[in-house]
Design a protein around this ligand. Structure first.
Ligand SMILES: C[S@@+](CC[C@H](N)C(=O)[O-])C[C@H]1O[C@@H](n2cnc3c(N)ncnc32)[C@H](O)[C@@H]1O
Length: 417
């Protein structure tokens, strides 16, 4: 077929209309190239709350937007697709077969069809029904751009673990801000320390704004690796969020933010002492909430290994445990995390240690929640901390890092004895 005027003739337009609005509709994709850029729209059927709807994913020069429509709006959108001017490719997939339409730069309309088929069409319920944070809003673009999902919107098998971690972390965020009735209003600044590939950083921004109703959110992701920061910036741009989700390539200890205080400081498996640095920076930025999925800490391990080689001190009580490297490592993790929680408590945070994902998903499944709001330096928590520290004859990295803040509580406690 060649009408030479860029326009699809009536019969062809009707074929597309009945293909999209009929029962056997699978997918419609139209790509338009203009001025060296590509604009693409993909429509597919979805089931939301038991109702048949249409999902449109629009990609404009790399920026992705996804919306769900009822039949009337989808039909109006389809008319715009059909009426599109200029060179383009259109691919319609239905249970009965494929239709390809190519409109050339000169306006020639070239049509080809596959052989007749009898494909089975199953419209999967939209993920929303599972009630996970990442499905509580239209997260298709986010999931695809971050690479958590493939081009068809399916969570990649290799990313399932990270997808689950992000969802569970977001649930903790919700519980935390709900409990504090902190949602919905005012500016809200978050820092993701050791953000890596920014799965959590970007997800948190969209979850806070789209699902929890926060109005003026700014999320910073900090990581010392140039490559992950560059790709995170690119993803924020593609999601049209680069003004609100800002990435810094820096060591956490050196980063100089443009704010005085942050509302929430988070970290998800920031390696080794980066977890401590994240907690320390949360304290210094006077964060109301510190949420840290903890990572192991190597320094204390060395110290416990030395202690295990002796016969006096903790080794007299725990020798059998300290000599076994696996048990020693586990003990070290428990001690490190206890010290972290106790230090936060001394500094005025209500603390809670929870398992945020199952231990089968990752062995690093402990999350420390700190919420500002108790009197700092109370004798009970100080005494508990000093007793444990002195028993093990160690100085936790976080104590050294926050020495100036802790020292005044320790000396006041000494004087009161
Ligand atoms: C295990 S990855 C976790 C990344 C991300 N939070 C996630 O869960 O997908 C740890 C990240 O922390 C970063 N990191 C480690 N130490 C850091 C430091 N001192 N300053 C900034 N980033 C650091 C690493 O570059 C790495 O990207």
């Amino acid at each position: 077929m060649d009408n030479g005027r860029f326009v699809l003739d009536g019969a062809l337009a009707d074929e597309i209309r009945s293909g999209v609005m009929g029962d056997g509709f699978m997918k419609l994709v139209q790509s338009v190239r203009r001025n060296g850029k590509t604009f693409k729209i993909a429509m597919r059927p979805v089931e939301i709350g038991g109702l048949r709807k249409f999902q449109a994913e629009m990609t404009d020069d790399g920026q992705v937007q996804v919306k769900n429509f009822g039949a009337d709006d989808a039909s109006a959108g389809l008319e715009e697709i059909i009426a599109q001017k200029g060179a383009r490719d259109l691919h319609l997939m239905t249970a009965k077969g494929d239709l390809h339409v190519r409109v050339t730069k000169k306006g020639h309309v070239l049509v080809s069809r596959s052989a007749a088929m009898e494909r089975k069409v199953s419209v999967k319920p939209h993920d929303r029904v599972k009630n996970l944070p990442l499905t509580s809003f239209d997260s298709a673009a986010l999931l695809r751009v971050t690479g958590l999902a493939d081009g068809e919107g399916r969570i990649r098998a290799s990313m399932r673990g990270k997808y689950d971690q992000v969802n569970e972390f977001l649930k903790v965020v919700k519980e935390t801000v709900d409990a504090a009735k902190g949602g919905g209003t005012g500016p809200f600044t978050v820092v993701d320390c050791g953000c890596g590939k920014a799965y959590l950083t970007l997800s948190l921004y969209f979850y806070l704004t789209r699902t929890l109703g926060f109005k003026d959110v700014k999320v910073y992701g900090v990581d010392r690796r140039a490559d992950v920061v560059a790709s995170a910036r690119e993803m924020a741009k593609r999601l049209d969020a680069e003004d609100r989700v800002v990435f810094a390539e820096s060591d956490l200890a050196d980063w100089k933010p443009g704010f005085e205080r942050a509302d929430m400081v988070i970290s998800l498996h920031a390696c080794d002492t980066a977890t401590d640095e994240a907690i320390a920076r949360g304290v210094e930025w006077k964060a109301k909430y510190i949420l840290s999925a903890l990572c192991c800490q190597h320094e204390l391990q060395k110290r416990l290994a030395e202690l295990g080689g002796r016969s006096e001190g903790p080794a007299a009580d725990f020798g059998g445990l300290l000599r076994q490297s696996i048990l020693r490592e586990r003990l070290c993790d428990i001690l490190t995390d206890s010290f972290r929680a106790m230090i936060l408590r001394i500094l005025g945070f209500r603390t809670q240690v929870i398992e945020f994902v199952s231990s089968e998903a990752t062995a690093r499944n402990i999350l420390l929640k700190g919420e500002w709001g108790v009197k700092p330096g109370q004798p009970g928590p100080v005494s508990e901390y000093l007793n444990l520290r002195d028993y093990w004859k160690v100085t936790p990295w976080l104590e050294t890092r926050l020495e100036k803040l802790l020292e005044r509580h320790f000396s006041r406690f000494d004087e009161s004895k």
